[in-house]
Design a protein around this ligand. Structure first.
Ligand code: ZN
Length: 418
C-alpha cells in the first residue's frame, strides 16, 4: 500500500484511501459479522487491499476485532470480523419540553445506560444547559468508563435546528434557546465532538436503524405532538437540505386564512393539528355554544381542557369531539399526501402524543392519504406507528453521531484517533 491518496475503484467512482477505509468500516458495522472475502465481494475491490486494511484496523487501530471462524464449504474456515464496540462510547441526549432523556451507547449503538430527568424549561436557558451537562456526567459515572473513551455526544432538540452549524434557531419548548450555539458550548464543556439535530430527524434515524424502517431506504417519519415535523430518508440517508433544517412539514399552509402559527404565518398545519391547535379549536367551538360533553367535563375551566379529554369524549360518541379529532386527521392526511407525492416514499412512520387518540385519527389520516395522494403511491404506501419507545430521539441522536463517525465528515475521529 502506498500513501493516503492511493486506492482502488469502487462502484465506478474513485475513492481516496480514507473514503475506502470508512466504506469498509461502515460495511462491517452494518453487517455485524463479515469475512474479508465478503468485504472484497461486496465492495468490488481486491482481496489484498481488503486484507491489508482489515489487519490494520484490527492490530493497529483496534476498531475491529476477530470473532471466531466463518462457515466455509470445505478447506480453511475464513476469519470473521466485527466492530470492537467497547473501544468507545457515545452519549445521546434528547432535550424535550417536559423531560430530558440521556442514553449511553457503545460504538455499535447498543444501549448501555439510560437516564430521565425533568427539563424544567421555565427555570431558564442556563438552568436547562446545566441539567444537560449533569446528565452527560452522570451517564459517564454510571457506566464507569474513563472520560477519554467518550467519543462524542449527539443531541436532539425539538424546534428549528441548523444541524450543520449546531445552532438551535427556534426552540418553543425552552425559552432562551433561540439562536443558541449549543454545539459550540457543549464541545467547549466536554472537549469532544458534539452534533445536534431536530428531534424528529433524530427519531427518524433511530427508526431506520432499529425500527420498522430498517429495510426502507425511502420513507418519511412524521411527529405529531406539541408541534409537527418530518424526517425524510432519501436513498438511505436522512435529508437535511442545504440549510440543515429540511422537513418542516408543520409549517406548510393547509388553510389560507387559518389561525396564527408560532412561526408568524397563518394557517400552518401545526397551528391547526398539533396538540395546542386542537385545544384552541375545541375552546373556540365551546365558546361559540356547541353542545358537547367536554363542557361538562371541564366545567367551563379551559385550563382543564386536554387532548386526552377530547379523545375520550370522541371515543364515547360525542359528535363535536369526534369531528375535532377526525378533522385533525384529515388535515394531517392532506399534508402527508403532499409529502408522499413529493418524495414517492413507500412507508410513513408516525410518532407522537396525538396518536393516543386511537383509531379515529389514524383512520382519518389513512382515508385522506388514500383520497389525496396519487393513486400509484397511495396503493403501495404503508402507514404505521413507530415501533420504538420513549427513548427514540435520544437513541437517534447517538446514532446520528455514530453515523457521522463512519462517514466523510469532521467527525471521523475513528481514523484520526489512533
Ligand atoms: Zn407555522
Amino acid at each position: 500500500m502506498t500513501d493516503e491518496k492511493s486506492s482502488g475503484f469502487f462502484e465506478g467512482r474513485f475513492y481516496n484511501k480514507k473514503a475506502l477505509k470508512l466504506k469498509i468500516l461502515d460495511l462491517i458495522r452494518n453487517k455485524g459479522l463479515i469475512t474479508k472475502q465478503q468485504i472484497a465481494k461486496e465492495l468490488g475491490i481486491n482481496i489484498t487491499t481488503v486484507s491489508d486494511l482489515v489487519n490494520q484496523f484490527k492490530d493497529k487501530n483496534r476498531i475491529i476485532k476477530e470473532t471466531g471462524d466463518g462457515s466455509s464449504s470445505g478447506g480453511r474456515k475464513p476469519k470473521v470480523y466485527t466492530i470492537n464496540s467497547e473501544l468507545g462510547y457515545i452519549v445521546g441526549i434528547d432535550v424535550g419540553g417536559t423531560n430530558t432523556r440521556g442514553i449511553l451507547t457503545d460504538l455499535s449503538g447498543s444501549l448501555i445506560h439510560y437516564l430521565k430527568v425533568k427539563t424544567k424549561a421555565r427555570e431558564g436557558k442556563d438552568a436547562v444547559l446545566a441539567r444537560v451537562i449533569s446528565v452527560v456526567n452522570e451517564l459517564i459515572t454510571l457506566a464507569k468508563i474513563p472520560r477519554e473513551k467518550l467519543f462524542g455526544i449527539g443531541m436532539s432538540i425539538s424546534g428549528i435546528i441548523n444541524s450543520y452549524e449546531g445552532i438551535s434557531i427556534f426552540c418553543p419548548n425552552i425559552p432562551g434557546w433561540e439562536n443558541f450555539p449549543i454545539k459550540q458550548i457543549m464541545e467547549k464543556e466536554f472537549n469532544i465532538p458534539v452534533c445536534i439535530d431536530d428531534s424528529v430527524r433524530c427519531a427518524a434515524v433511530a427508526e431506520k436503524r432499529f425500527g420498522i424502517a430498517k429495510d426502507h431506504d425511502n420513507f418519511i417519519f412524521i411527529s405529531i405532538g406539541k408541534g409537527i415535523g418530518m424526517g425524510a430518508f432519501i436513498d438511505g440517508k436522512i435529508y437535511r437540505g442545504s440549510m440543515g433544517l429540511a422537513g418542516e412539514l408543520g409549517h406548510i399552509t393547509v388553510s389560507e386564512d387559518g389561525p396564527l402559527c408560532n412561526c408568524g404565518n397563518k394557517g400552518c398545519l401545526e397551528a391547526i393539528a398539533s396538540g395546542p391547535g386542537i385545544l384552541k379549536r375545541a375552546q373556540e367551538g365551546i365558546k361559540n355554544g356547541i353542545v358537547t360533553s367536554i363542557s361538562k367535563e371541564i366545567n367551563n375551566n379551559f385550563e382543564k381542557l386536554s387532548v386526552e379529554i377530547i379523545s375520550r369524549a370522541a371515543n364515547e360518541g360525542d359528535k363535536f369531539a369526534y369531528y375535532l379529532i377526525n378533522r385533525t386527521g384529515e388535515y394531517i392526511g392532506i399534508a402527508i399526501a403532499a409529502a408522499l407525492n413529493l418524495f414517492g416514499s413507500d412507508l410513513v412512520v408516525l410518532w407522537g402524543g396525538i396518536l393516543e387518540c386511537g383509531d379515529i385519527i389514524l383512520d382519518a389520516i389513512k382515508r385522506t392519504v388514500k383520497m389525496r395522494a396519487l393513486e400509484f403511491i397511495s396503493k403501495r404506501v404503508r402507514i404505521e406507528k413507530t415501533s420504538i419507545g420513549d427513548n427514540i430521539a435520544a437513541l437517534g441522536a447517538a446514532q446520528t453521531f455514530i453515523d457521522m463517525l463512519y462517514s466523510e465528515s469532521d467527525y471521523n475521529i475513528l481514523l484520526k484517533k489512533f
